[in-house]
Design a protein around this ligand. Sequence first.
Ligand code: COS
Length: 385
Amino acid sequence: MNYFLTDEQKMIQELAATIADEKIAPVALKYDEEGKFPHDIVKILADSDLCGVYIPEEYGGLGGGIFEMSLVVEQLSRACGGIALAFAGTGLGIFPVLLFGTDEQKRRFLPDVAAGKKLAAFGLTEAGAGSDAAGLRTRADKVGDEYALNGTKQWITNGGEADIYTVVACTDKTKGPRGYSAFIVEKGTPGFSFGKKENKMGIRASQTVELVFEDCHIPKENLLSREGMGFIVAMKTLDRTRPGVAAQAVGIAQGAYEEAVKYSKQRVQFGQTISNFQAIQHILADMAIQIEAARSLVYATCRTIDSGAKTFSKESAMCKVFASDTAMKVTVDAVQVLGGYGYMKEYPVEKRMRDAKVTQIYEGTNQIQRNVIAQELLKEFQASK
Ligand code: COS
């Protein structure tokens, strides 16, 4: 399929693909097994300039958008969906600053992210507030010119590794989601520590950690937008980053598909390679169809967002649902093509099957995405009457 990428987009895609093939693929199984954060790969990404693809040039980036970010996520995820999250999770963490930061906040935080010197993370989820993002317990109480943060954030990607955290907390509990505010919290701030590190099914190279705030004082200069805007900051961020999850899913699926094709050309049964059997050919053909359809939807959504469209919650949710469901199906089928070998950890498809699962869950489960889609399309119908 010709997606008519610009020369710059092709360069970004090729650079990310080269890093994925030469640097990430050889160590992906090791990091998965050990569950360790890939500091050496993060250094390679920092040296490559890719960390700033979606950050404006005036803040040290390459001036691209969601599309450029997603091209990188897709390629890195082709080799390892977990390692790719050091990059993608930083996008999620820093987008609130890109969208709602003042010029002063952007100058303080964006250049180091663009240079790959600092990673970011997004702190919304809590033990009792997952799908129900309006159920936050973390508080931010005004104390003079500061806010005192108290509470615990759960399952935070890049937790402990990131230097910059955007955290949503309640500043007025009488107002529900309209009483939430978003803050930038730096690692090392007194009262901010890290709790439990999760032991996960997949994306094991990515660190998923609790953020613990105990009377953690944040200067008012670190408030994003204004008090009461925290829920909107979070929702508008997720509208822009869900295509990144979709791109991760496409990358994971593509990686599994490539392994399945390669294996089918090598594996001999009944005196011939299994690629000769129509049963296998049809599985491979279905994988290819679904991946290409998912990629098309992701790219179209990214272009819609980057074109300056005002509302795209529905499109963003659609591509997240479609690509993640595709990744799950394709990776399960890849395991099937490899048969008994596919089930073994030495072969690189069972990891992709485990990695794919989370794309149906995080940044809003696919059930929540379907709610968002249905709400929007019913609104559109009502408006058209
Ligand atoms: N953009 C702008 N504003 C939005 C919005 C969006 N995408 N989504 C919701 N809002 C606004 C609503 O318009 C509403 O504003 P008003 O108070 O002015 O009416 C306000 O936010 C509350 O919205 P709503 O009533 O729909 O909130 P709910 O509590 O019902 O939440 C959703 C519904 C779907 C938004 C929520 O359940 C959700 O997104 N859950 C998933 C959370 C998630 O992704 N978690 C993962 C965290 S990161 S790994």
